[in-house]
Every structure is written in C-alpha cells, then in structure tokens.
Design a protein around this ligand. Structure first.
Ligand code: ZN
Length: 414
C-alpha cells in the first residue's frame, strides 16, 4: 500500500500537479523563490483574472481527442490560443524536439481544479495547485493568469514540457519501470529538472528570476522532508540536467537520459556517478528465513523498499541534533534494503528493519555518528561497512534488536 501511495504521489509530482510545488509557485509569485513557505503561497481566496474559459469555441477539425468523462469541470481552450502556440514554439526551440500531437488544454477556476484533482488517484490534493499535466489523459489542466501573465506563462511552458516528455518518452511507462522509492526519486528529479531547465533556457529573457528555481536553498521548514523533496525534484533535478547539458552534448544528451534513467538519487546528487564511472547501488538480498526466525510472533512483512542516499539524508535531517551532519553522513551511501512489518492485532504498529551498506568502513562510521546524534529512536549495529538498523512504533526494549540485526547481517551484498 505504501508503495502504491508513494507512486501515486510521485506521479502527481512528475505530472507537475503542484504538490508542495515550490518552484512553480515561486515562479508564479515573483522574483524571490523561497522553497516551501506556506505563508507566502498564493492564497486560495485570490480569484484569477479569468474565471471562465475562453468565449471562442474551438474549431471542430482541430479539437483534440479527449473523452468527455475525463474532464469534468474545465472548458476547452481554443486550440489556436496564441499563448499556447508561443509556449510550444519556445519548448521546441530549446529542446530541439517537436510535439507529435496537440495538447488539449482545459481552463479551470482554482476551486474546480482542486475538485478535478480529487477525482484523480487517491484523493490527494496538494495546496495551491494551479495546473497539471496528466499522462493518462494526455491533457493539460490550467488555471490561467492566476498570478500575472509572465508567471502563468512560465507554468504553461513547464507543464507543456511534461507533455513533450510524455509524447517522446512515455511518462507512465517510465514510472512503471521503477520499483523502489529511490529509483522513483531519481526519475522524478530527471523529469522535473528537465522541465525546470527548459523554462530557464526558454524564459530567462522574459523573466530573469526564473533561473532562481534551480538554486538549492534550505527551506524554512527545514526538518520537514516534504519541503526538502521539492528542493530535490526541482532544484537538484535541474542541477543534474545542467550537468548533462554541459558534459553530455546539450539537450540530445539530456534526452538520452530518459532512455537510461538515473537509477538512484545518489546519481542525481552526484551527477558524475551517472555520467562518469557508473556508481551503481549495492544489491542487497536479505535472508528472510533468518530474520523471520528472530521475529516475535505476530509481525508480518508488509512492504520492502530501497530509500537511497536522498531519503537517508532526509531521515537524518528530521533530527534537530543530527541535521547539520546529514548531508555528509548520507554521502557515503552504497545501498539499502528496508523491510516494513506490521501486526494484524495492532493496526497502528510498525517495525522497520533497514539493512544499509556503505562505500567504506569509515563512511559507515560517519553514518553511525549521525545515528548516535539522533538519540534512542533507533537501535543499530555496525558491522564493518554495513549498518543494521531497527526502528519501531513499539518500545525498542520489547524487541530482540540485537538478534534481528545479526539476522539482517546475513544478507547477501553484491
Ligand atoms: Zn513539473
């Protein structure tokens, strides 16, 4: 279930629906992007300048093919809308790729857009969503001119870039191809980083501040992983794309990355591990029989995952005491395997067994120093360049942590 929810929410992000959508919101707001500051986001009560769709009816022969049921509230924008044509021209000029089919654009009020989004997926609706592209309907849903012409034009360019990605690289297939949170993070950073960089390259004459979207800044809500995730997908994703632009033959090199996606957030954070000597995560295969033999009765495996360097860093950053050590502590990440267990008799209870391996024993030492700063919320054992961690909703003293960690150490590391 967790994986499914995560995939859905990441797909929303990838589709640029606006979950904690710092960059786009900032772009809409003006020239001083400050990641994830809720207070500064456009307020819902602000009405857009245009609350009704365009009065001109679309010409029938140009009407894009969309099933009516997929768009419940919006109004189809005139396919000849000059703003849309200008956006597509800019994207084609910057990327060198051509749109294969027209993108239906539906015009919404902010309230209707929120309702439309509730019907999509699991009901999750991010704050202040002003536009999104849905790969499954190939349609672009937009609240136009909500925050000034230049800013809404930037949103249009960003979302239309997702449509271009979808037409050339198939976003749904790409998301289905990844199996772990870490791989999803890497893919999403590529998708968002590309769309951000196209905006920067296409709009910097019009709005010089747009380049600030790629600046990595500490969010005001710095212990909140969601606030940092926005920075990762947009700013760090754009930095990754900039690295490819510079070192991999410009946009054709960036587009090749959609055919050979970065496999881990580690490669986004350290692009040289993608382009240079490929640094692949260690493959970890737990000995489930050994682990099950040590488990107290009632626990059953619910989910397995790989968190990656980025989420490992985020996890450390949730701790006030370990915050400033997080980036360095996570940087030696080599691989991880997380097993989540639950109980039928206690629905809220959870147990996480995290098997991690590090680039060297000293990198593992550094990680353990950060864990020590985090206090007694986790139990861990270091075994050379491996660190085995138990965390739970239940008091750790009631669990056989040492025995579990010994069993976790029997994993196969490749
Ligand atoms: Zn986006």
């Amino acid at each position: 279930m967790k994986r499914a929810l995560l995939a859905a929410s990441l797909l929303l992000i990838a589709a640029c629906s606006g979950p904690k959508r710092t960059s786009v919101s900032d772009m809409e707001r003006g020239s001083q992007p400050t990641p994830s500051n809720k207070e500064e986001k456009p307020q819902p009560e602000k009405k857009p300048e245009v609350v009704e769709g365009p009065t001109k009816q679309p010409e029938p022969e140009k009407k894009p093919e969309v099933k009516a049921a997929q768009v419940k509230r919006g109004k189809l924008e005139d396919p000849a809308e000059p703003e849309q044509k200008r956006a597509l021209d800019i994207i084609e000029r910057v990327t060198g790729l051509k749109f294969k089919t027209p993108i239906p654009v539906y015009i919404y009020t902010p309230e209707d857009l929120t309702e439309e989004m509730k019907d999509w997926g699991d009901g999750y609706v991010p704050e202040n969503v002003m536009g999104f592209y849905r790969p499954d309907t190939k349609t672009f849903y937009l609240v136009p001119k909500v925050a000034g012409n230049n800013r809404s034009f930037g949103l249009r360019v960003h979302e239309a870039t997702h449509a271009l990605q979808d037409q050339h690289f198939d976003l749904i297939k790409l998301h289905e191809s990844v199996k772990t949170s870490d791989a999803d993070d890497a893919l999403t950073a590529l998708i968002e980083g590309h769309a951000v960089q196209v905006m920067i390259d296409g709009l910097s004459d019009l709005s010089p501040h747009v380049a600030k979207i790629a600046e990595v800044r500490e969010p005001s809500d710095k212990h909140n992983p969601n606030a940092w995730s926005t920075v990762f997908y947009y700013a760090m994703g754009a930095k990754f794309v900039q690295h490819l632009l510079k070192n991999a033959e410009g946009y054709p090199g960036v587009h090749k990355a959609f055919g050979r996606v970065p496999v881990s957030s580690e490669q986004i954070l350290h692009p040289e591990k993608y382009l240079g000597e490929l640094d692949l995560p260690h493959k970890i295969t737990p000995d489930f029989d050994a682990i099950k033999a040590e488990l107290p009765e009632g626990w059953k495996v619910k989910d397995v995952d790989t968190l990656g360097e980025w989420q490992t860093r985020l996890w450390i950053m949730t701790s006030e005491a370990a915050y400033s050590a997080a980036a360095d502590a996570a940087a030696g990440w080599g691989g991880d395997f997380e097993i989540t267990l639950v109980r039928d008799d206690k629905p809220q209870a959870w147990l996480k067994l995290r098997i991690t391996s590090w680039d060297s024993e000293s990198e593992a030492d550094e990680f353990c120093e950060a864990l020590a700063l985090m206090g007694t919320t986790v139990h861990y054992t270091q075994d050379g360049d491996k660190v085995l961690i138990v965390s739970s909703s239940e008091p750790l003293g009631t669990l056989p942590c040492n025995k579990l960690e010994r069993a976790m150490g029997k994993s196969k590391f490749e």
